[in-house]
Ligand binder design. Structure first.
Ligand code: SF4
Length: 204
């Protein structure tokens, strides 16, 4: 199977329970909730995306892609990669996960939750979107952008996760949204306030 990767880079995880971990981020091209083209945004299921994921480099095999990931990581210890997108589970398969694991990587996936996992991975972060049915039934972390019209934290009562994050909606109302999110967490302490520290740090 071939894979299309929009971009791939070594960075420091800037949010969630793996905050601060060095990781290779693999951003797969394509998403099932928006085409990635501005002219389609108004009619997309997911309309607040701030990520570029259209087009990219093709890798002909899992081995080729896993070798490229390994080449970016400095050394053999604490190898960690984050498969993200776009929607990574449109492309990630068991062969790729196995190829990464055989190179010593712990494999994390950041998904909108609408696609089944092809196999077990080491870390699953689900970020549900209004109007898109979540088919995954558990995760290491659930990260909900808040406030988000059409979806509320209450809908995830009973969902099995180790960490529940609310991520303030970015954009011109960010300051207000941080205040709203903090207020919600103060009233519902099972949720934690997620801040995208990499934006403050000024790194990708
Ligand atoms: S699901 Fe994620 S990648 Fe897809 S359009 Fe929404 S925010 Fe962007």
């Amino acid at each position: 199977m071939a894979y299309t990767v929009h971009e791939m880079f070594l960075t420091v995880q800037g949010e969630g329970a793996n905050l601060g971990r060095v990781a290779v981020f693999v951003r797969f091209a394509g998403c099932n909730l928006w085409s990635g083209r501005e002219e389609d945004r108004a009619t997309a299921v997911c309309r607040f995306c701030d990520t570029s994921f259209v087009g990219g480099v093709k890798y002909a095999s899992a081995v080729e892609l896993a070798d490229a990931v390994a080449a970016l990581f400095p050394g053999e210890v604490c190898r960690f990669c984050v498969l993200t997108g776009g929607e990574p589970l449109l492309q990630v398969d068991a062969l790729l996960v196995a190829a990464l694991r055989s190179r010593g990587f712990r494999v994390a996936v950041e998904t909108n939750g609408t696609q089944a996992l092809p196999c077990r991975v080491d870390w699953v972060c689900i970020s549900p979107k209004a109007g898109a049915r979540v088919v995954l039934t558990d995760a290491d972390e659930l990260k909900l952008v808040f406030p988000q019209e059409g979806v509320s934290p209450e809908q995830f009562h009973g969902f099995s996760a180790n960490h529940y994050w609310l991520s303030p909606m970015d954009g011109p109302d960010l300051a207000k949204n941080i205040a709203k999110t903090a207020a919600y967490c103060l009233a519902h302490p099972e949720w934690r306030l997620n801040i995208q520290a990499h934006k403050t740090w000024g790194i990708a």
